[in-house]
Design a protein. Structure first.
Length: 82
């Protein structure tokens, strides 16, 4: 079994109010030296059988149409050792 990870992040030009709220809370909690925070989503897909280029293409399509909003988000897909 293989694991494919899809990381989804807001595009750099899109404001991230949740990330900003976290960044403002960190110093109050004693975590200094953090300049900024961007929040995203991580999806872990357990794949039966082997990873083929066809399967990765299908997962990229799922990431583009279901897991992310391509208007405001970017995503990356990578295979992770299990």
């Amino acid at each position: 079994m293989a694991r494919v990870v899809v990381d989804v992040m807001l595009k750099p030009e899109i404001l991230d109010p949740q990330g900003k709220a976290v960044a403002q809370a960190l110093p109050r909690l004693g975590f200094d030296g953090i300049a900024s925070v961007r929040q995203g989503k991580r999806f872990e897909l357990e794949i039966e059988g082997g990873i083929t280029e066809e399967r990765l293409t299908s997962i990229r399509h799922a990431a583009e149409t279901l897991l992310s909003n391509p208007v405001i988000e970017d995503f990356t897909v990578h295979v992770e050792d299990v």
